[in-house]
Design a protein around this ligand. Structure first.
Ligand code: HEM
Length: 457
Protein backbone atom coordinates (compact mmCIF):
# COMPACT_ATOMS: atom_id res chain seq x y z
CA UNK A 1 0.00 0.00 0.00
CA UNK A 2 1.48 3.33 -0.93
CA UNK A 3 1.31 6.16 1.55
CA UNK A 4 0.62 9.62 0.20
CA UNK A 5 1.16 12.76 2.20
CA UNK A 6 -1.99 14.49 3.36
CA UNK A 7 -0.16 17.80 3.91
CA UNK A 8 -1.26 20.12 1.15
CA UNK A 9 1.55 21.75 -0.83
CA UNK A 10 1.48 25.54 -0.48
CA UNK A 11 2.07 26.89 -3.95
CA UNK A 12 4.62 29.69 -4.27
CA UNK A 13 2.66 32.75 -5.36
CA UNK A 14 3.46 33.46 -8.99
CA UNK A 15 5.44 36.60 -9.66
CA UNK A 16 3.62 39.21 -11.62
CA UNK A 17 4.56 39.44 -15.24
CA UNK A 18 6.39 42.51 -16.52
CA UNK A 19 4.97 45.76 -15.09
CA UNK A 20 2.81 47.93 -17.31
CA UNK A 21 4.58 50.39 -19.53
CA UNK A 22 4.76 52.14 -22.86
CA UNK A 23 5.21 50.43 -26.20
CA UNK A 24 8.01 51.34 -28.61
CA UNK A 25 5.48 53.31 -30.64
CA UNK A 26 4.36 55.26 -27.53
CA UNK A 27 8.00 56.08 -26.75
CA UNK A 28 8.69 57.24 -30.30
CA UNK A 29 5.54 59.39 -30.37
CA UNK A 30 6.36 60.92 -27.00
CA UNK A 31 9.95 61.74 -28.02
CA UNK A 32 8.59 63.64 -31.03
CA UNK A 33 5.92 65.56 -29.11
CA UNK A 34 6.48 69.27 -28.39
CA UNK A 35 6.47 68.81 -24.59
CA UNK A 36 8.98 65.95 -24.60
CA UNK A 37 11.63 66.33 -21.92
CA UNK A 38 12.92 63.98 -19.20
CA UNK A 39 10.73 65.51 -16.42
CA UNK A 40 7.57 65.21 -18.48
CA UNK A 41 8.57 61.74 -19.57
CA UNK A 42 8.74 60.39 -16.01
CA UNK A 43 5.66 62.30 -14.84
CA UNK A 44 3.66 61.02 -17.81
CA UNK A 45 4.81 57.43 -17.22
CA UNK A 46 3.69 57.62 -13.58
CA UNK A 47 0.38 59.21 -14.52
CA UNK A 48 -0.46 56.79 -17.32
CA UNK A 49 1.01 53.50 -16.07
CA UNK A 50 1.12 53.76 -12.27
CA UNK A 51 3.79 53.35 -9.60
CA UNK A 52 5.76 50.59 -11.31
CA UNK A 53 6.60 51.01 -14.98
CA UNK A 54 8.72 49.04 -17.41
CA UNK A 55 10.03 50.16 -20.78
CA UNK A 56 12.76 49.21 -23.20
CA UNK A 57 15.54 51.44 -24.53
CA UNK A 58 18.36 50.68 -26.97
CA UNK A 59 20.57 50.32 -23.87
CA UNK A 60 18.41 47.79 -22.06
CA UNK A 61 15.35 47.22 -19.94
CA UNK A 62 14.35 50.00 -17.53
CA UNK A 63 12.19 49.62 -14.39
CA UNK A 64 10.87 52.85 -12.91
CA UNK A 65 9.59 52.75 -9.30
CA UNK A 66 7.61 55.66 -7.98
CA UNK A 67 6.14 54.43 -4.69
CA UNK A 68 7.96 55.02 -1.36
CA UNK A 69 7.96 51.34 -0.36
CA UNK A 70 9.44 50.26 -3.70
CA UNK A 71 11.98 53.08 -3.48
CA UNK A 72 13.02 51.81 -0.06
CA UNK A 73 13.65 48.37 -1.52
CA UNK A 74 15.70 49.76 -4.41
CA UNK A 75 17.88 51.94 -2.19
CA UNK A 76 18.43 49.31 0.50
CA UNK A 77 19.32 46.26 -1.60
CA UNK A 78 23.04 45.53 -1.88
CA UNK A 79 22.60 43.74 -5.20
CA UNK A 80 21.14 46.91 -6.74
CA UNK A 81 24.12 49.17 -7.35
CA UNK A 82 24.97 52.50 -8.88
CA UNK A 83 25.19 52.79 -12.64
CA UNK A 84 28.72 54.20 -12.97
CA UNK A 85 28.14 57.13 -15.37
CA UNK A 86 29.40 59.81 -12.95
CA UNK A 87 32.71 57.94 -12.71
CA UNK A 88 33.62 59.76 -15.96
CA UNK A 89 34.14 62.77 -13.69
CA UNK A 90 34.48 61.35 -10.19
CA UNK A 91 36.54 58.24 -10.95
CA UNK A 92 36.13 55.91 -7.97
CA UNK A 93 35.01 58.73 -5.64
CA UNK A 94 32.46 58.00 -2.94
CA UNK A 95 29.54 59.20 -5.04
CA UNK A 96 30.47 56.96 -7.96
CA UNK A 97 31.53 53.72 -6.28
CA UNK A 98 29.76 50.83 -4.58
CA UNK A 99 30.55 47.50 -2.92
CA UNK A 100 33.69 46.86 -0.82
CA UNK A 101 35.73 49.76 -2.20
CA UNK A 102 32.91 52.21 -1.48
CA UNK A 103 32.52 50.83 2.08
CA UNK A 104 36.23 51.35 2.89
CA UNK A 105 36.16 54.93 1.61
CA UNK A 106 32.93 55.76 3.43
CA UNK A 107 34.46 54.50 6.69
CA UNK A 108 37.43 56.81 6.24
CA UNK A 109 35.36 59.92 5.52
CA UNK A 110 32.29 59.47 7.71
CA UNK A 111 33.85 60.75 11.00
CA UNK A 112 34.56 64.17 9.43
CA UNK A 113 30.80 64.59 8.93
CA UNK A 114 29.75 63.98 12.53
CA UNK A 115 27.66 66.68 14.18
CA UNK A 116 30.56 67.61 16.48
CA UNK A 117 32.76 68.48 13.48
CA UNK A 118 29.99 70.21 11.56
CA UNK A 119 29.04 72.67 14.27
CA UNK A 120 32.64 73.91 14.15
CA UNK A 121 31.92 75.17 10.62
CA UNK A 122 29.28 77.69 11.80
CA UNK A 123 31.58 80.76 11.94
CA UNK A 124 33.22 79.87 8.63
CA UNK A 125 29.81 79.65 6.91
CA UNK A 126 28.67 83.01 8.28
CA UNK A 127 31.97 84.70 7.33
CA UNK A 128 31.52 83.47 3.77
CA UNK A 129 28.01 85.00 3.69
CA UNK A 130 29.43 88.28 5.03
CA UNK A 131 32.07 88.36 2.26
CA UNK A 132 29.38 87.80 -0.37
CA UNK A 133 27.11 90.50 1.08
CA UNK A 134 30.03 92.97 1.29
CA UNK A 135 30.65 92.31 -2.39
CA UNK A 136 27.05 93.27 -3.20
CA UNK A 137 27.82 96.72 -1.85
CA UNK A 138 24.23 97.71 -1.06
CA UNK A 139 23.21 100.39 1.43
CA UNK A 140 19.88 100.24 3.27
CA UNK A 141 17.04 101.01 0.84
CA UNK A 142 19.15 100.23 -2.25
CA UNK A 143 18.63 97.31 -4.59
CA UNK A 144 20.36 95.69 -7.53
CA UNK A 145 19.74 92.80 -9.91
CA UNK A 146 21.67 89.64 -9.12
CA UNK A 147 21.70 86.10 -10.44
CA UNK A 148 21.03 84.21 -7.20
CA UNK A 149 21.95 80.88 -8.84
CA UNK A 150 25.44 82.21 -9.51
CA UNK A 151 25.75 83.89 -6.10
CA UNK A 152 24.76 80.69 -4.28
CA UNK A 153 27.21 78.62 -6.34
CA UNK A 154 30.21 80.82 -5.56
CA UNK A 155 29.16 81.02 -1.90
CA UNK A 156 28.71 77.28 -1.34
CA UNK A 157 31.94 76.49 -3.23
CA UNK A 158 33.80 78.92 -0.97
CA UNK A 159 32.27 77.25 2.10
CA UNK A 160 32.97 73.64 1.18
CA UNK A 161 36.57 74.34 0.12
CA UNK A 162 37.35 76.14 3.39
CA UNK A 163 35.50 73.60 5.56
CA UNK A 164 36.81 70.40 4.01
CA UNK A 165 40.20 71.45 2.60
CA UNK A 166 41.09 74.59 4.66
CA UNK A 167 41.78 76.32 1.37
CA UNK A 168 40.68 79.36 -0.64
CA UNK A 169 39.71 78.79 -4.27
CA UNK A 170 38.31 82.27 -4.85
CA UNK A 171 40.91 83.04 -7.56
CA UNK A 172 39.57 80.22 -9.75
CA UNK A 173 36.00 79.90 -8.46
CA UNK A 174 34.47 81.12 -11.74
CA UNK A 175 36.57 78.69 -13.83
CA UNK A 176 35.70 75.80 -11.57
CA UNK A 177 31.98 76.60 -11.64
CA UNK A 178 32.05 76.86 -15.46
CA UNK A 179 33.94 73.57 -15.75
CA UNK A 180 31.52 71.81 -13.41
CA UNK A 181 28.56 73.19 -15.38
CA UNK A 182 29.92 71.59 -18.57
CA UNK A 183 30.41 68.22 -16.87
CA UNK A 184 27.00 68.23 -15.20
CA UNK A 185 25.28 69.15 -18.47
CA UNK A 186 27.08 66.59 -20.59
CA UNK A 187 26.66 63.75 -18.11
CA UNK A 188 23.00 64.76 -17.91
CA UNK A 189 22.64 64.49 -21.68
CA UNK A 190 24.18 61.03 -21.67
CA UNK A 191 22.00 59.75 -18.83
CA UNK A 192 18.88 61.24 -20.47
CA UNK A 193 19.23 58.55 -23.15
CA UNK A 194 17.61 56.24 -20.60
CA UNK A 195 14.75 58.73 -20.37
CA UNK A 196 13.66 58.56 -23.99
CA UNK A 197 15.81 61.53 -25.06
CA UNK A 198 18.25 61.27 -27.98
CA UNK A 199 21.99 61.68 -27.35
CA UNK A 200 23.26 65.17 -28.18
CA UNK A 201 26.98 64.96 -27.45
CA UNK A 202 29.06 66.17 -30.40
CA UNK A 203 32.88 65.74 -30.79
CA UNK A 204 33.28 69.44 -29.90
CA UNK A 205 31.42 68.88 -26.67
CA UNK A 206 33.58 65.89 -25.98
CA UNK A 207 36.69 68.10 -26.24
CA UNK A 208 35.05 70.71 -24.01
CA UNK A 209 34.31 68.00 -21.43
CA UNK A 210 37.97 66.92 -21.35
CA UNK A 211 39.11 70.52 -21.01
CA UNK A 212 36.72 71.05 -18.08
CA UNK A 213 37.99 67.92 -16.38
CA UNK A 214 41.56 69.19 -16.79
CA UNK A 215 40.63 72.58 -15.25
CA UNK A 216 39.28 70.91 -12.12
CA UNK A 217 42.11 68.33 -11.95
CA UNK A 218 44.83 71.00 -12.13
CA UNK A 219 43.42 72.81 -9.10
CA UNK A 220 42.84 69.62 -7.14
CA UNK A 221 46.28 68.09 -7.78
CA UNK A 222 47.90 71.38 -6.78
CA UNK A 223 45.91 71.32 -3.54
CA UNK A 224 47.04 67.73 -2.84
CA UNK A 225 50.72 68.49 -3.61
CA UNK A 226 50.72 71.57 -1.41
CA UNK A 227 49.21 69.63 1.45
CA UNK A 228 51.72 66.80 1.14
CA UNK A 229 54.46 69.41 1.53
CA UNK A 230 52.82 71.11 4.52
CA UNK A 231 54.76 70.33 7.73
CA UNK A 232 51.79 71.41 9.91
CA UNK A 233 48.70 70.22 8.07
CA UNK A 234 45.36 71.50 9.39
CA UNK A 235 42.82 69.06 10.79
CA UNK A 236 40.33 68.61 7.96
CA UNK A 237 38.95 66.04 5.54
CA UNK A 238 41.97 66.25 3.23
CA UNK A 239 44.32 65.43 6.12
CA UNK A 240 42.01 62.55 7.13
CA UNK A 241 42.27 61.17 3.60
CA UNK A 242 46.04 61.63 3.45
CA UNK A 243 46.58 59.92 6.81
CA UNK A 244 44.28 56.98 6.11
CA UNK A 245 45.79 53.52 5.65
CA UNK A 246 44.21 50.44 4.15
CA UNK A 247 43.33 48.03 7.00
CA UNK A 248 44.70 45.01 5.10
CA UNK A 249 47.64 46.35 3.12
CA UNK A 250 48.63 49.34 5.28
CA UNK A 251 48.93 51.37 2.04
CA UNK A 252 47.95 55.05 1.89
CA UNK A 253 45.61 56.34 -0.82
CA UNK A 254 47.23 57.01 -4.20
CA UNK A 255 47.15 60.49 -5.73
CA UNK A 256 44.39 59.34 -8.09
CA UNK A 257 42.28 58.01 -5.20
CA UNK A 258 42.79 61.27 -3.33
CA UNK A 259 41.88 63.25 -6.43
CA UNK A 260 38.66 61.26 -6.88
CA UNK A 261 37.51 61.93 -3.31
CA UNK A 262 38.47 65.61 -3.38
CA UNK A 263 36.68 66.19 -6.71
CA UNK A 264 33.65 64.33 -5.33
CA UNK A 265 33.44 66.56 -2.27
CA UNK A 266 34.16 69.66 -4.33
CA UNK A 267 31.24 68.97 -6.69
CA UNK A 268 28.77 67.10 -4.42
CA UNK A 269 29.53 69.49 -1.58
CA UNK A 270 28.41 72.69 -3.30
CA UNK A 271 26.42 72.14 -6.50
CA UNK A 272 23.37 70.57 -4.85
CA UNK A 273 23.19 73.00 -1.92
CA UNK A 274 23.59 75.97 -4.27
CA UNK A 275 20.82 74.77 -6.57
CA UNK A 276 18.40 74.20 -3.68
CA UNK A 277 19.09 77.63 -2.20
CA UNK A 278 18.60 79.29 -5.60
CA UNK A 279 15.27 77.45 -6.01
CA UNK A 280 14.33 78.51 -2.48
CA UNK A 281 14.90 82.21 -3.30
CA UNK A 282 12.98 81.86 -6.54
CA UNK A 283 10.01 80.15 -4.85
CA UNK A 284 10.00 82.66 -1.99
CA UNK A 285 9.95 85.56 -4.43
CA UNK A 286 6.85 84.02 -6.05
CA UNK A 287 5.21 83.55 -2.67
CA UNK A 288 5.27 86.87 -0.75
CA UNK A 289 3.51 85.38 2.30
CA UNK A 290 6.21 82.70 2.69
CA UNK A 291 8.97 85.28 2.24
CA UNK A 292 7.30 87.42 4.87
CA UNK A 293 7.23 84.49 7.30
CA UNK A 294 10.92 83.86 6.70
CA UNK A 295 11.77 87.55 7.16
CA UNK A 296 9.69 87.61 10.36
CA UNK A 297 11.51 84.56 11.76
CA UNK A 298 14.89 86.11 10.90
CA UNK A 299 13.87 89.41 12.50
CA UNK A 300 12.69 87.70 15.66
CA UNK A 301 15.58 85.26 16.07
CA UNK A 302 18.44 87.40 14.74
CA UNK A 303 17.40 91.01 14.45
CA UNK A 304 20.45 92.82 13.12
CA UNK A 305 23.06 90.30 14.29
CA UNK A 306 24.56 87.49 12.21
CA UNK A 307 23.41 83.94 12.97
CA UNK A 308 25.40 81.30 14.81
CA UNK A 309 25.00 77.55 15.34
CA UNK A 310 23.12 78.28 18.56
CA UNK A 311 20.31 79.84 16.47
CA UNK A 312 19.64 76.70 14.43
CA UNK A 313 16.86 75.26 16.65
CA UNK A 314 14.93 78.52 16.20
CA UNK A 315 15.46 78.92 12.45
CA UNK A 316 12.74 76.34 11.83
CA UNK A 317 10.92 78.15 9.03
CA UNK A 318 14.23 78.42 7.14
CA UNK A 319 14.57 74.64 7.33
CA UNK A 320 10.94 74.18 6.22
CA UNK A 321 11.55 76.43 3.19
CA UNK A 322 14.66 74.44 2.29
CA UNK A 323 12.80 71.11 2.54
CA UNK A 324 9.90 72.37 0.46
CA UNK A 325 12.26 73.80 -2.19
CA UNK A 326 13.96 70.37 -2.37
CA UNK A 327 10.55 68.70 -2.63
CA UNK A 328 9.62 70.68 -5.73
CA UNK A 329 13.13 70.85 -7.18
CA UNK A 330 15.24 68.01 -5.76
CA UNK A 331 18.81 68.70 -6.97
CA UNK A 332 19.43 64.99 -7.57
CA UNK A 333 16.14 64.53 -9.39
CA UNK A 334 16.68 61.03 -10.74
CA UNK A 335 18.86 58.14 -9.54
CA UNK A 336 19.86 55.33 -11.85
CA UNK A 337 20.83 51.92 -10.51
CA UNK A 338 21.54 48.49 -12.02
CA UNK A 339 20.52 45.02 -10.86
CA UNK A 340 23.69 42.96 -10.33
CA UNK A 341 21.65 39.77 -10.36
CA UNK A 342 18.07 38.70 -10.97
CA UNK A 343 15.81 40.00 -8.20
CA UNK A 344 12.21 40.86 -7.42
CA UNK A 345 10.60 44.13 -6.37
CA UNK A 346 6.92 44.69 -5.63
CA UNK A 347 6.25 41.20 -6.96
CA UNK A 348 7.85 41.89 -10.32
CA UNK A 349 10.88 39.89 -11.46
CA UNK A 350 13.85 42.10 -12.34
CA UNK A 351 16.40 40.52 -14.68
CA UNK A 352 20.15 40.82 -14.01
CA UNK A 353 21.59 43.88 -15.72
CA UNK A 354 18.31 45.82 -15.87
CA UNK A 355 18.37 49.53 -15.19
CA UNK A 356 16.32 50.74 -12.23
CA UNK A 357 15.18 54.33 -11.87
CA UNK A 358 13.78 56.21 -8.88
CA UNK A 359 13.04 59.91 -9.11
CA UNK A 360 12.48 62.31 -6.21
CA UNK A 361 11.11 64.74 -8.80
CA UNK A 362 8.13 62.48 -9.58
CA UNK A 363 7.61 60.91 -6.13
CA UNK A 364 7.63 64.41 -4.60
CA UNK A 365 4.64 65.14 -6.87
CA UNK A 366 2.80 61.88 -6.14
CA UNK A 367 -0.88 62.92 -5.79
CA UNK A 368 -1.54 60.41 -2.96
CA UNK A 369 1.35 61.79 -0.91
CA UNK A 370 1.39 65.49 -1.75
CA UNK A 371 -2.00 67.14 -2.31
CA UNK A 372 -1.88 70.16 -4.61
CA UNK A 373 1.67 69.08 -5.27
CA UNK A 374 2.79 71.96 -7.51
CA UNK A 375 2.03 74.55 -4.81
CA UNK A 376 5.01 75.86 -2.82
CA UNK A 377 3.96 75.45 0.79
CA UNK A 378 6.70 75.20 3.44
CA UNK A 379 4.06 74.45 6.11
CA UNK A 380 4.02 70.86 4.79
CA UNK A 381 7.25 70.44 6.78
CA UNK A 382 6.06 72.08 10.00
CA UNK A 383 7.64 70.16 12.92
CA UNK A 384 5.25 67.81 14.76
CA UNK A 385 2.40 69.25 12.81
CA UNK A 386 2.22 67.77 9.36
CA UNK A 387 0.54 64.54 8.28
CA UNK A 388 2.46 61.31 8.79
CA UNK A 389 4.09 60.48 5.47
CA UNK A 390 5.92 57.26 4.60
CA UNK A 391 9.71 57.19 4.58
CA UNK A 392 10.82 58.01 1.04
CA UNK A 393 7.81 60.20 0.27
CA UNK A 394 10.51 62.91 0.48
CA UNK A 395 14.04 61.70 -0.29
CA UNK A 396 16.21 64.49 -1.70
CA UNK A 397 19.23 62.98 0.08
CA UNK A 398 18.51 59.41 -1.15
CA UNK A 399 18.74 56.75 1.58
CA UNK A 400 20.06 53.34 2.52
CA UNK A 401 23.82 52.88 2.46
CA UNK A 402 24.32 55.79 0.04
CA UNK A 403 22.40 58.31 2.14
CA UNK A 404 24.05 61.66 1.42
CA UNK A 405 27.14 62.07 3.56
CA UNK A 406 26.69 65.84 3.58
CA UNK A 407 22.98 65.93 4.56
CA UNK A 408 23.50 67.64 7.94
CA UNK A 409 26.19 69.90 6.54
CA UNK A 410 23.80 71.07 3.79
CA UNK A 411 20.92 71.70 6.20
CA UNK A 412 23.08 73.65 8.66
CA UNK A 413 24.48 75.70 5.78
CA UNK A 414 21.04 76.38 4.34
CA UNK A 415 19.53 77.48 7.64
CA UNK A 416 22.39 79.89 8.32
CA UNK A 417 22.39 81.32 4.78
CA UNK A 418 18.60 81.71 4.54
CA UNK A 419 18.42 83.25 8.02
CA UNK A 420 21.35 85.65 7.51
CA UNK A 421 20.07 86.91 4.15
CA UNK A 422 16.38 87.08 5.09
CA UNK A 423 17.29 89.28 8.07
CA UNK A 424 18.86 91.84 5.71
CA UNK A 425 17.33 91.56 2.24
CA UNK A 426 14.12 91.26 0.27
CA UNK A 427 14.15 89.21 -2.91
CA UNK A 428 11.91 90.29 -5.76
CA UNK A 429 11.44 88.40 -9.02
CA UNK A 430 12.67 89.74 -12.36
CA UNK A 431 10.79 88.55 -15.44
CA UNK A 432 13.75 88.10 -17.79
CA UNK A 433 15.43 85.76 -18.33
CA UNK A 434 12.79 83.25 -17.20
CA UNK A 435 13.65 80.71 -14.52
CA UNK A 436 13.66 77.36 -16.31
CA UNK A 437 14.40 73.97 -14.76
CA UNK A 438 17.10 72.11 -16.68
CA UNK A 439 16.98 68.32 -16.39
CA UNK A 440 20.71 67.58 -16.51
CA UNK A 441 22.62 65.51 -13.96
CA UNK A 442 21.32 67.88 -11.30
CA UNK A 443 18.20 70.01 -11.47
CA UNK A 444 19.79 73.34 -12.40
CA UNK A 445 18.23 76.60 -13.51
CA UNK A 446 19.06 76.89 -17.21
CA UNK A 447 19.32 80.70 -17.35
CA UNK A 448 20.01 81.34 -13.66
CA UNK A 449 17.69 82.96 -11.11
CA UNK A 450 17.62 86.71 -11.77
CA UNK A 451 16.32 88.75 -8.83
CA UNK A 452 16.10 92.28 -7.60
CA UNK A 453 17.85 92.15 -4.23
CA UNK A 454 16.77 94.94 -1.91
CA UNK A 455 18.60 95.83 1.33
CA UNK A 456 15.97 96.27 4.01
CA UNK A 457 18.23 96.48 7.08
C1 HEM B 1 21.00 70.08 -0.73
C2 HEM B 1 22.15 69.50 -0.69
C3 HEM B 1 22.41 68.08 -1.08
C4 HEM B 1 21.60 67.16 -1.70
C5 HEM B 1 20.18 67.34 -2.16
C6 HEM B 1 22.37 65.95 -1.83
C7 HEM B 1 21.88 64.78 -2.39
C8 HEM B 1 22.59 63.59 -2.43
C9 HEM B 1 22.06 62.35 -2.95
C10 HEM B 1 20.68 62.15 -3.54
C11 HEM B 1 23.04 61.41 -2.82
C12 HEM B 1 22.95 59.93 -3.24
C13 HEM B 1 23.22 59.79 -4.70
C14 HEM B 1 23.19 58.37 -5.15
O1 HEM B 1 23.15 57.47 -4.34
O2 HEM B 1 23.22 58.14 -6.35
C15 HEM B 1 24.17 62.05 -2.22
C16 HEM B 1 25.35 61.42 -1.92
C17 HEM B 1 26.46 62.07 -1.46
N1 HEM B 1 26.55 63.39 -1.08
FE1 HEM B 1 25.08 64.74 -1.10
N2 HEM B 1 23.62 66.15 -1.31
C18 HEM B 1 23.69 67.43 -0.84
C19 HEM B 1 24.77 68.03 -0.21
C20 HEM B 1 25.97 67.43 0.01
C21 HEM B 1 27.09 68.06 0.68
C22 HEM B 1 27.08 69.46 1.26
C23 HEM B 1 28.12 67.15 0.66
C24 HEM B 1 29.50 67.26 1.21
C25 HEM B 1 30.02 68.28 1.82
C26 HEM B 1 27.62 65.96 0.01
C27 HEM B 1 28.36 64.81 -0.21
C28 HEM B 1 27.83 63.63 -0.68
C29 HEM B 1 28.62 62.41 -0.78
C30 HEM B 1 30.09 62.23 -0.44
C31 HEM B 1 27.75 61.43 -1.27
C32 HEM B 1 28.06 59.96 -1.54
C33 HEM B 1 27.55 59.14 -0.34
C34 HEM B 1 27.79 57.65 -0.48
O3 HEM B 1 27.44 57.07 -1.49
O4 HEM B 1 28.32 57.09 0.48
N3 HEM B 1 26.32 66.17 -0.36
N4 HEM B 1 23.88 63.37 -1.98
Amino acid sequence: MSVTSTIPQIPTPPLNPTPPGPTRQWLADFARSPHANPFEFLLTLAREFGDTVHYTTPYGSVYFFNHPEEIRQVLHRTNIVRAPLVSLTLGQGLLASDGDYWRKQRRIMQPDFHEGCLIGFGPLIVEAVQRMVDGWNLNVGESRPLDMAHEMKILTLDIVVRAMFSSDFSAYAEDICDAIAVMIEDLGHISATLLNTPMTISPQRNARFKQSLATVDDVVYELINQRRADPNPPRDLLTTLLNSRDAETGEPLTDKQLRDEVVTILIAGHETTAISLAWAWHLLAQSPESLQLLNAEADEVLGSRWPSIADLPRLTYAEMVFNEAMRLYPPVWVMVRRALEADEIAGYPIPAGAFIIVSPYTTHRHPDLWPDSERFDPSRFAPNDGPKRPLYAHFPFAGGRHLCLGQRFAIIEAQLILGALAARFDFRPIAEPPVVAQPVLTLRQQFGVPMEVHRRR
